[in-house]
Design a protein around this ligand. Structure first.
Ligand SMILES: Cc1cc2nc3c(=O)[nH]c(=O)nc-3n(C[C@H](O)[C@H](O)[C@H](O)COP(=O)(O)OP(=O)(O)OC[C@H]3O[C@@H](n4cnc5c(N)ncnc54)[C@H](O)[C@@H]3O)c2cc1C
Length: 328
């Protein structure tokens, strides 16, 4: 029986473990952090995650808790656009999503170690699902923040773009709560003494939306956040299958990172169990992920130059949504 080591128990590691188990492998999962845990994330599950989660055999458990979203609202300064999503998306906290994936893997026989993992020695194949790695010079960096709120929610994912490089997402999650999560440059945070509430109060539409909400806990922070093209910036090592954010990191405004993680985790679990070449696995991932990565970069550049506000009124939002999804 093939023995597969999975390092990291986020969505990529969970999907890889479940796939490898389904292929008949013995699986060991290593997770260095306390688990389950909250994580800075918009917690928006793209519609295409449904079929992947169904194939992994965890959709029935997820469906009972996740909250459907059928619309998107995009705000640029004073301009707002609303559109129906092509198919329903879902809101579920990362605490629950990651826990449900890990529980399913353990129930199917995976061994779980709450410790830092490293690629296996010798011929043991490893799925590297360790998440983002980024180092950026001080001052240029982007930081993420998130908290859960109680208060009015709807079946809509709301995106507020503000400043040159900032955005905030507001969307429902389980238990009647609202996730508020964003990314801003370090310089903007520093101007407000790293007080997220004070910073957000300066933006009209945003402040208006947040007024009736009550924050449940302190803001969580993460960073620096660096976007990286899938499969480009690391050495291919035989026996090591990188997936999820460890393979590449797409701009979070797309809400497609979890989808990419589930997709590449599934592909990595399969490739590792079957002993496929790492180079072929990476090429397959790039083919599916790169167009969406490129589309999100073009959009972000347009945003930084102040063009997005001009062209977004003329582009169907459903195009933008579709262009920024990987091919499942
Ligand atoms: C601000 C922000 C908002 C976002 N919003 C969304 C959104 O709304 N929708 C969406 O789809 N995506 C979103 N994303 C992206 C999404 O969070 C990621 O794409 C997703 O978490 C990737 O999953 P992963 O499994 O690759 O990595 P992670 O979720 O980061 O999991 C990696 C795990 O590996 C563990 N680990 C690391 N090193 C080791 C080691 N050596 N040994 C053992 N364990 C290790 C870590 O502790 C962690 O638990 C957002 C990201 C940010 C920053």
């Amino acid at each position: 029986m093939e023995r597969i080591r999975v390092i990291g128990a986020g969505p990529a590691g969970g999907a890889a473990a479940l796939t490898a188990l389904g292929e008949g492998a013995a699986v060991e999962i290593y997770e260095k952090s306390r688990f389950p845990r909250h994580k800075v994330c918009g917690e928006f599950l793209s519609p295409q995650t449904t079929s992947l989660l169904r194939d992994l055999g965890v959709w029935p458990a997820i469906e009972t808790e996740a909250v459907p979203m059928r619309e998107m609202l995009v705000t640029f300064g004073h301009r707002q656009r609303r559109a129906r999503l092509p198919e329903p998306a879902w809101g579920l906290s990362r605490r629950r999503l990651d826990e449900l994936l890990l529980d399913a893997a353990r129930a199917r026989g995976a061994a779980f170690y709450r410790e830092r993992g490293a690629p296996g020695a010798g011929s043991q194949r490893t799925v590297v699902a360790t998440g983002r790695h980024s180092r950026e010079p001080k001052g240029e960096r982007l930081f993420g923040f998130k908290a859960h709120f109680t208060g009015p929610s709807s079946d809509c994912v709301e995106l507020y773009f503000f400043g040159e490089k900032s955005y905030l997402g507001v969307s429902p999650v389980e238990g009647g709560r609202v996730n508020v999560c964003g990314i801003v440059p370090e310089s903007l945070l520093a101007r407000h003494d790293f007080e997220v509430d004070a910073m957000l109060a300066g933006y009209g539409a945003l402040a208006e939306r947040l007024r009736p909400l009550h924050r449940e806990w302190d803001w969580l922070h993460v960073g620096p956040v660096t976007f990286r093209a899938p499969g480009c910036e690391w050495e291919v090592r035989e026996g090591e299958y990188r997936c999820g954010d460890a393979l590449g990191f797409v701009d979070p405004f797309t809400g497609s990172g979890i989808l990419s993680a589930l997709l590449t985790g599934t592909l990595a679990g399969r490739a590792a169990t079957r002993g496929e070449s790492v180079a072929a696995y990476v090429t397959g991932c790039r083919r599916r992920l790169y167009p969406a990565y490129l589309a999100s970069q073009v959009f972000r550049d347009a945003l930084a130059r102040g063009w997005a506000e001009l062209f977004v009124p003329w582009i169907p939002l459903s195009w933008l949504f579709t262009l920024t999804r990987p091919r499942v």
